[in-house]
Design a protein around this ligand. Structure first.
Ligand SMILES: Cc1cc2nc3c(=O)[nH]c(=O)nc-3n(C[C@H](O)[C@H](O)[C@H](O)COP(=O)(O)OP(=O)(O)OC[C@H]3O[C@@H](n4cnc5c(N)ncnc54)[C@H](O)[C@@H]3O)c2cc1C
Length: 329
């Protein structure tokens, strides 16, 4: 095992939480630093009055046995339930009170510092010093550890490394800079009455404007009927990224209208700048490990950019990295 006494993990999405759950079994002094107010990253749920919307990831699927066992464990703990079988024959599971139920379960008993954005990192004499700017404050703080894991979408982690003047191995940096993501605009809309989407209350679309419509009531997440989430196509997100809500929301709602039984009364949007990776670290290199590790500089990167655009792939990236870190020599 690498001699790790303390570890800072930047990000409390599924990959960061997967690293943390494993390392805590080895009595590593762990600190997770999360710029958001809650855990989960792209596994996000928003509450608006009595309505509940999943506006990031919509469901979790399992292809590998090791992850299936983790999801079954979450079902046993009443954090997750099956929703329906998708077109590829995989069960689509959802969080009991939205996708946030999963990170909420996994972050229990972990030391997560919320609303702290990491702005700079420095490595001197085998110690990492991580500078954070707490939300709403003007003064920075620092945290220290002898190992560092970055789990933000890869372009964001690379930007942090560059702004901190930290150079990675030239070839590896080239490789990492090829990892690309698409954007997505999410619209959360309240309807006058039931959404009326066909069973199971969700549609994968291959449409110019929309790629997903989901009814959070049919999903069993929102107690209120007519609580829908729309996801834009990457092409639409690219085109309307900087447009005001008054321009882009009506176009997305008009595209959804033929599928809905009730009119929209209220809506809001959320932009995902790094929604899913389209090119990953393992691209055409299936035997490459699903993380980046530099033992000399005591730093690692993981997340969906290393393994695929799904919760399962991100979780496996984090868990594989943690297995490597604690593996006996
Ligand atoms: C709209 C949308 C729909 C999706 N649908 C599905 C789906 O249905 N099924 C599925 O399996 N997958 C889906 N995905 C993909 C899935 O959500 C991701 O693959 C997975 O959640 C990625 O987890 P992660 O830990 O790698 O990254 P993230 O979840 O992005 O976690 C990274 C964390 O790092 C934090 N962070 C970043 N920078 C800093 C900083 N400087 N300081 C502190 N904290 C920082 C972020 O706030 C975030 O919490 C979807 C994604 C989106 C956006």
């Amino acid at each position: 095992m690498l001699n790790i006494q303390s570890c800072i993990i930047v990000g409390s999405g599924i990959s960061g939480l997967s690293v943390a759950r494993k390392l805590r079994e080895y009595a590593v002094d762990l600190t997770l630093i999360e710029k958001g107010r809650s855990p989960g990253g792209r596994m996000a749920t928003r509450t608006e009055g009595a309505s509940i919307f999943d506006h990031g990831a919509q469901f979790v699927t399992t292809r590998e046995q090791v992850f299936r066992e983790r999801v079954e464990n979450w079902v046993d703990k009443n954090a997750v339930k099956p929703w329906y079988v998708g077109p590829l024959g995989n069960m689509r599971y959802v969080g009991i009170t939205g996708m946030r139920s999963i990170p909420e379960l996994l972050s229990k008993e972990l030391n997560v510092r919320y609303s702290e954005k990491v702005t700079k990192i420095r490595f001197r004499k085998d110690v990492w010093t991580v500078t954070v700017l707490p939300h709403g404050e003007t003064k920075t703080r620092t945290h220290q550890s002898d190992f560092l894991v970055l789990t933000a979408p890869v372009p964001q982690s690379l930007k942090l490394l560059q702004e901190s003047n930290i150079e990675l191995d030239y070839d590896e940096e080239e490789e990492l800079s090829r990892i690309k993501y698409v954007r997505c605009i999410s619209v959360m809309a309240k309807l006058k009455g039931p959404a009326g989407l066909p069973n199971p209350g969700a549609m994968d679309l291959n449409h110019d404007v929309l790629r997903w419509i989901g009814d959070n009531y049919a999903k069993g997440v929102s107690p209120v009927e007519g609580t829908i989430t729309l996801h834009s196509s990457p092409k639409f997100a690219e085109r309307y990224w900087d447009a005001p809500d008054e321009e882009r929301i009506p176009i997305m709602l008009a595209a959804a209208k033929p599928f809905l039984k009730s009119d929209v009364v209220e809506s809001a949007s959320h932009r995902w700048g790094f929604s899913e990776p389209t090119r990953i670290y393992k691209e055409k290199q299936p035997f490459r490990v699903p993380y980046y590790l530099d033992e000399d500089h005591r730093i690692a990167l993981c997340g969906d950019g290393f393994n695929g655009p799904r919760i399962e792939a991100a979780a496996i990236s984090g868990a594989s990295l943690a297995d490597r870190l604690v593996r006996p020599y």
